[in-house]
Design a protein around this ligand. Sequence first.
Ligand code: DQA
Length: 145
Amino acid sequence: MRVAVLNGPNLNLLGEREPALYGRQTLADIEALTRAEAAALDVEVEWFQSNHEGALVDAVQGLRGRVDGAVINPAAFGHTSLALRDAFLAAPVPFVEVHLTNIFGREPERRHTVLADLAVAVIAGLGASGYPVGLRALVDRLRAG
Ligand code: DQA
């Protein structure tokens, strides 16, 4: 089984970016956590981060037929990007949406995402653990058929 993990804008700065909110772990630390979980699950992981909406749209379009599912932290594009939503509608692949923070308890403009209703599940507020937890939940769901 193969799963893509997609990361949106500014997540490349994790560790130094608003650490009181997002923690001290870098994206590379989170990737290592996620890959360890993937190894335990016997799943292959593709890791991708971009600050560019179009690059993420291309990445989503490219998932179909190549991976079994995806974990995505769309970051701010999750609140705004109909293009990203349209990409999942055009090239459907089961995905779990992850946010490090509990977006539902943050500013009003962060409490809604344009992907949530398309997702298998939304995980928000578990910090870095949300990635391996989301991966495991997705793989359980995919294996259950
Ligand atoms: C985030 C939450 C978003 O609102 C924010 O724009 C991010 C990170 C999170 O992981 O908590 O960049 O997706």
